[in-house]
Design a protein around this ligand. Structure first.
Ligand SMILES: O=C(O)CCC(=O)C(=O)O
Length: 319
């Protein structure tokens, strides 16, 4: 497992400080002040101690590992995505392709499940990298598998993701030993709209009812909106925990579980924020069949008809 036990970079891409700057997370401005929003903790120091990594995952609900993925694979995937966007005139070509600037008319694009990109050799070399299988095999203490469907995002101007648990999309197999790998396809600074995690949402007793109601919902069966809220601070004011984010660099890996609430900061830059979120689990665990095979069913019922409004679901769940 060379890349993961000998990280190529351990330092954060920029020295981030809790300087109180304002970022937008979903539909709310939040201050990077250590109260409304703090910084994700790195776990590179635990890379050689798998029990400590598991304990850290239990404690934080996520693992931030810096510089553990081969940069050539990350940049190869970035190139594959940008070539795809460029073929649709979405990339501003007065800059180098790999800089990923958006064309003036470009909108963000969700490219999950678009096999022409997600199963292109350049993208798959990262998404099914031996480095990831080796890491997860060690983390699970048994062989790992990855879900065929690949989530892929080219996030545009002002776009963000509202707080949610992943379990509502993929909770029909194992939910305890299924992990999201969020991977920036290139450097993603704070202005580019990085992921943010709500530490504590997976284990604080105050979230128990949220986990037992919203966390048992299924977007296809229940046709809920899928997000828990559009206001990250409403959640922490009511249930506690802390939102955390960071600036990412190509090669970084962020892992989290199905019950770790997360969202994304708005992209305020002129570049696409390119990232993928992949899923890994032990081969021995039950699968959510919606995501398996060459043409996965995916979330077949969701958004086919108007969803139950968030307020209605939350009232029913009493959360
Ligand atoms: O990248 C994003 O904006 C959202 C990612 C996400 O929801 C996930 O990784 O599960």
């Amino acid at each position: 497992m060379p890349a993961l036990s000998a990280p190529t970079k351990a330092a954060a891409p920029e020295r981030l400080e809790l300087d109180g700057r304002t970022l937008r997370l979903a539909k709310r401005d939040v201050k990077l002040d250590g109260r409304e929003l703090g910084l994700l903790r790195e776990s590179n120091d635990l890379l050689d101690d798998v029990s400590a990594l598991r304990a850290r995952m239990e404690e934080d609900g996520y693992l931030l590992l810096r510089g553990v993925l081969p940069e050539s694979e990350v940049l190869g995937a970035r190139r594959a995505v940008l070539e795809h966007l460029d073929a649709q005139n979405q990339v501003e070509r007065s800059h180098a392709l790999m800089d990923g600037f958006r064309a003036p008319s470009a909108k963000g694009a969700y490219l999950g499940g678009r096999r022409e990109v997600t199963h292109s050799p350049g993208f798959l070399a990262l998404a099914e990298s031996q480095t990831l299988f080796d890491f997860y095999g060690r983390f699970f203490a048994e062989p790992a598998m990855t879900i065929n469907y690949k989530w892929l995002r080219a996030v545009g101007a002002g776009d963000s993701t509202s707080p949610h648990y992943d379990v509502v999309y993929m909770g029909r197999g194992t939910t305890v030993r299924l992990f999201t790998s969020w991977i920036p396809l290139g450097d993603v600074g704070l202005e580019d709209g990085p992921l943010a995690v709500l530490k504590g949402s997976h284990n604080l007793p105050s979230y128990q009812r949220v986990r037992e109601t919203y966390g048992r919902a299924d977007v296809d069966r229940d046709n809920i909106e899928s997000f828990f809220s559009h206001d990250p601070l409403e959640i922490t004011a009511r249930y506690g925990g802390q939102w955390q984010t960071t600036a990412f660099r190509a090669g970084d890996l962020l892992l989290f579980g199905m019950f770790t609430m997360h969202g994304a900061i708005s992209n305020m830059s002129e570049r696409f924020r390119l990232s993928t979120d992949l899923r890994f689990q032990p081969v021995s665990e039950p699968l959510d069949e919606r995501w398996i095979g060459d043409t996965p069913l995916a979330n077949y019922g969701w958004r086919k008809t108007p969803a139950v409004p968030l307020e209605v679901s939350r009232k029913e769940w009493n959360v």
